[in-house]
Every structure is written in structure tokens, then in C-alpha cells.
Design a protein around this ligand. Sequence first.
Ligand code: PLP
Length: 367
Amino acid sequence: MYIMPNNLGRQYLLHAEEYEKKAVEVLRSGWYILGNEVKSFEAEWAAYVGAKYCVSLASGLDALKISFELLGIGEGDEVIVCGNAYIACVMGITVKGATPVFIEPDQYDNIDADKIEEKITDKTKAILAVHLYGQACDMTKIMTIARKYCLRVVEDCAQSHGNHWQGQKVGTFGDIGCFSFYPSKGCGAFGDAGCVVTKDEALAQKFRIFRNYGSEKRYHNQMIGSNSRLDEIQAGLLRVKLKHLDDFNKERCQIAERYMKEINNPLVRLPQIRPGADSTWHQFVIHCKKRDELQKYLEEHEIGTLIHYPIPPHLSEAYAYLGMKKGDLPITEQYAAEVLSLPMYNGMTSEEQDWVIACINAFQPEV
Ligand SMILES: *Cc1c(COP(=O)(O)O)cnc(C)c1O
């Protein structure tokens, strides 16, 4: 049987009845936008993350875009971000014309905080800390630099639902924490969804106004906003998911622990966890110099894998206007050529894991 890189149906089946009950409840309520489910989910998510305010939005990309817009960061400004970020991170930065300044990743696949300071100019306005693959960046170093240069800090926690830096949940260090609830994320909705968290009450209120056509009072529009609201039905389903999130994360940790212990092939470099961080294993990402061969071999053995991400943002067509070329970010580019995400999902059986581990350990490239 084919093992998928991610299998959302399995996670759904673990609590199918609860989701179905909630969906029917919302459908029958007759109230579908900005109601009690949204209000309750926002309060519950803020409490879970340990943030003061949560404002739900339509997607993770919206969370990023609206953040930079409300922080007033646009044309002529620079924002620091890791080179191996997801493309959406960069699209959030550039929404109003700001320029992304890329920093190479370290061995933990996250931004190398020691390389940030050398890239700061008088145009630098913010750092976007992307907690990639479920692991926190070094928030101590990042916050120290931000304070020194008076920079804003936005955290992209799309892949990091519930993990910590030194015991504190990510999303609560900077000015704004952005989350995506895209179905494959830790606390995934059944469609698109996102939110921001912040400790700044005035800023939270700006997000609430922005997401609803820039109006606080119906038909009184105080700014050019957007329609970026979370649906009641998604909020209700997310409330069900959230109840199980810690258990989901625990299960992923167990799967990761087995991979860590049992994968043993000199061609494979296992993921590394930064001291002070824990991982919720959004992805289990190995590095392999023979990545393309390994991926093909696994596919032939009915094991699906993914690459996060094959083309780094600075080399993507969308950002050709930045004028960057191959060789500008050698570590980022090397990572793009060697990372591989192994199957990792709630409800993965130990037999499925046996097979993945056995195949990886048996892999030998043709010479
Ligand atoms: C998924 C993701 C996003 C975008 O979220 P959407 O809800 O899909 O718009 C942004 N940043 C990172 C790191 C992501 O993984």
C-alpha cells in the first residue's frame, strides 16, 4: 500500500464524529460569519498560545500581509527573513513594496541569527522570524538584535503550532505572531484559515477592523481594508481540533523519535534540534546529497515524500525583479537541493514507519 507524505484523512478519522457534530451544529445555527464560534476560537487560541489577543483571518498569507501593512512597512523598507523560507513569507513582506533581505539558514534549518546584524541597514524595519518545520528560531538572539536596532519582529508560526523557545510558546516573542490553519498545518482547518496573536490591544483592534472592509461599525469605513474573515464553520471545527492538538503533537514526536533512533544510513543527515527549542514536527526533514535518487527510490517502494522547498524564493520567477542569481545564497541553495520531508502524519501506523525506515536504511545510490 502506498504511504502518502501526509494523510489528512487519517487524522480526521480519529475524531470524525466530533467534527461532524460541530459542522451540523454550525449549519443549523443560521449564523455563518463573525459569530460565537469565531469569538470562542480566538479566545481559546490566545489562551493556548499564551497571547493576549487573537484575531482570526482568512489565511496565513493574509496574516502576514496584513501584519506588514498595519505596521506601515512598505516601499523603501527592508525586512530580514531566512533564505529558505516558504514563498508566502516573502509575499507577506512585499505586499506594500518592502524588500526582503535574505539570511542563510543554520544547521537547524532556521535563520542563522548570527548573520542578521551584518545585513542591517538604515532601511531595515523588521525581522520576520519563520519557525520552519515545527522548530523555533533562536528568539533570544533575534529579540536582542531587534531591541538594539529598534526593529519590529513578526513571527511566522504557520508550521509551529504549540512548540516553544525556552519554554515559551512561539508567536508571543515579537510584535505579532502569524498562524496559518491550512489543512496540513498542526491545527489544520477544513479549508483556508489563519490568525494573528499580539499583546498590543490597539493593534489587535486594527486587525479586526481591517479584516472587515476597514469598518468597526457597519458601513462606516475608516480604512481601506479587506475581506479576510474566518468562517464560523471553520472556527467551530478548529475548536474541536485544538482540543486534540497537544495529543497530535505528542504522536508526531513519537513518530519523529523512532525516525531519529532507527534511521541509519551514512548518506542521510537527520534533523537537528537547537538547544532551547522543541519541535512539533510539522515536517520531518532529512538532508541527503543524493536526494533526487533517494526520492525516486522511495517512490518506487511506494513511499511518497515532499520537498520543502525545491526553489528558494530568491530564485523564483515571482522575485526575478530582485535581480538575485544562483550562487547568491549558497547554503539556502544547497538545502533546496538536499532536503526531503519523510511521511509524517497523525494516524501513521508503526508498520508504515517500519517500511519507511527499512527502505531508507537499505538505500544505496547506483554508482
Ligand atoms: C502555510 C504557510 C504560510 C501560508 O499560509 P496559508 O494559510 O496557506 O496562506 C505562510 N508561512 C509558512 C511558513 C507556511 O508554512
